[in-house]
Design a protein around this ligand. Structure first.
Ligand code: MN
Length: 299
């Protein structure tokens, strides 16, 4: 296990996301992973520039040079962890960090001539591009970037693109999607499961379908888990809360089922914002969710 802490906030509008890694440490993430019987081989703190955030004249997105720099460091950390046989858990920080973690994982699979799947939990599509984004915030773009669309510098991280084919990518829990994102979801051909499907089929069935959708021949799965997929009544400590999300049990069930598939090789847990949290309860939940993804069972 490699714990990679990324106090990134430059991709969103709320600086509190920078406190996410600290709150996860307060909630005793490393200790609880060890108590579950895993070895924490390394804990890495990625440097994030904390003062300036400027518009790159060549880009319609905010802080691209800084996010590019952080993404490159995250990608290297994730790739080296996987090469060493450690499962990387990238702890945010805002969701733009997934540009780096997915690039690192993709580079690892590419080197070994393997394919992988991507299961992305989110209230939002995160599939904007600089042309469609109203805010210019990169945390609304990481899925598009991983699919090869968006700012060229970010798209070409690690020297290849796309990082993942759309047919092996699944989006679960969306309920707050911009109109251009809707087109993008249709155009790219990723598999979306909205809250409507989850209400209708149940998240257990949806998770099984998601596993089927990435393909039986994948060598592994990258799970990118945005905590805002959970209902804000349960998880208030996020930057962009959206009503009508997953329940406490549903969120655990999905990760327990993914753990049972034995395919999870890399994980992001992102968008924790302690400035909006209540007595660190969202961080506690995020730690529990990681334990479920690692195979913690009730019995
Ligand atoms: Mn997100």
């Amino acid at each position: 296990m490699s714990l990679i802490y990324v106090p990134l906030f430059l991709g969103g509008s709320h600086r509190g996301a920078s406190m996410g890694p600290a709150a996860m440490r307060v909630a005793e993430l490393p200790e609880r992973i060890k108590a579950l019987g895993f070895c924490v081989a390394e804990e890495i703190d990625i440097d994030v520039p904390h003062s300036v955030c400027w518009w790159d004249k060549d880009s319609q997105s905010k802080c691209v040079p800084e996010i590019h720099q952080v993404s490159a460091a995250v990608a290297d950390a994730v790739e080296s962890a996987m090469e060493a046989g450690n499962l990387p858990i990238t702890i945010g920080g805002d969701h733009s960090l997934a540009i780096g973690s997915i690039a690192g994982a993709a580079s690892h699979y590419k080197k070994h001539d393997q394919t992988f799947g991507l299961i992305w939990f989110d209230a939002h599509g995160d599939i904007n591009t600089p042309d469609t984004s109203a805010s210019g915030n990169v945390h609304g773009m990481p899925l598009a970037v991983s699919l090869g669309r968006g700012d060229e510098k970010l798209v070409n991280l690690k020297g290849f693109s796309p990082k993942i084919p759309a047919k092996r990518s699944v989006l679960i829990g969306i309920r707050d999607v911009d109109p251009p994102e809707r087109d993008m979801i249709n155009q790219t051909g990723i598999t979306p499961f909205t809250m409507k499907e989850i209400d209708h089929l149940g998240l257990g069935r949806v998770t099984d379908l998601a596993l089927g959708s990435v393909g039986a021949d994948v060598a592994g799965i990258h799970v990118s888990f945005d905590i805002d997929v959970i209902d804000p009544d349960v998880a208030p400590g996020v930057s962009t809360a959206s009503r009508g999300g997953l329940s406490y049990r549903e969120s655990h069930l999905a990760l327990e089922l993914l753990a049972e598939s034995d395919l999870v090789r890399s994980i992001d847990i992102v968008e924790l914002n302690p400035a909006f949290d209540v007595r660190n309860k969202t961080a506690e939940l995020a730690v529990e969710l990681i334990l479920s993804a690692l195979g913690k069972r009730i019995l």
